[in-house]
Design a protein around this ligand. Sequence first.
Ligand SMILES: Nc1nc2c(ncn2[C@@H]2O[C@H](COP(=O)(O)OP(=O)(O)OP(=O)(O)O)[C@@H](O)[C@H]2O)c(=O)[nH]1
Ligand SMILES: [Mg+2]
Length: 263
Amino acid sequence: MNSDTPHPSAPSSPTATAGDHPDPSHPVDNDAGGSPRLTVTVAIPTLNEEENIAEVILGVLPHADEVLVVDGHSEDRTREIAEEAGARVVLDPALGKGAALRHALLEANSDIVVFIDADCSHEPTDIPRLVEPIRMGEADLVVGCRMTGGSDELHGDLFKFTRLIGSEIITMTINYRWGVRLTDVQNGFRAIRRDVGLALRLQENRFAIEEEMVMKALRQRYRVVNVSSHEYKRKHGVSRIVLQRDWFSFVWCVVKHVLGLTG
Ligand SMILES: Nc1nc2c(ncn2[C@@H]2O[C@H](COP(=O)(O)OP(=O)(O)OP(=O)(O)O)[C@@H](O)[C@H]2O)c(=O)[nH]1
Ligand SMILES: [Mg+2]
């Protein structure tokens, strides 16, 4: 159990940070004034999360039309527990979290896909606040913001400090490149219109998928906003990110998109 902040947190600030202006070239297929009829798939990437997954599924169920667990060939009881808890479980290509998110976009049966990690680090009761700007026709991609919502993962030791600074530099670089003022581009807790997610033609297989999603959305003039959401410490198990191995893919992903080296 996280010692810094209780999991059943109070709702965080409802302020959203506009990342771009509405773009008439991407009209939302929605009723005027927003429509509650847009359905939601909550997609949960998992890799050996047997100790966490049931709690996450029970937390997201009230906010989902479909709960989809995208499993990277776990060797523990993750898939069995997820099915017992009420999720639909599919196997991904076993290439990493990025491949799992791309697979989720293909598999989801709803208008909106919410991504949430399986380690109890995100707040399921924030899902309606992530989905709302899309339902209201005001955004296409909504990213939970740890910088304004607070994080128990990004402070306290050199590893966390390095992740915090790296994340801030990446966000700032993206902001200057696309003329926006986002506050968090790497958080895995986010909501996206499924058709937009598919149109982005995402390619990253590992953890750079989150920044790739934001940059491709901005490049294609979709509307990206941040909404405050608190990040807790992973409840059980260990992070799959190995900074010594993954830092290069984070940096290279930004460099190639900012410089327009990709198709
Ligand atoms: N399907 C699939 N899921 C993965 C893979 N790697 C990580 N995940 C899941 O992706 C989510 C995020 O992974 P974490 O290891 O917690 O990464 P992180 O949240 O950036 O790191 P921490 O902040 O330290 O927790 C978790 O739900 C993992 O189970 C993978 O290769 N395949
Ligand atoms: Mg995590």
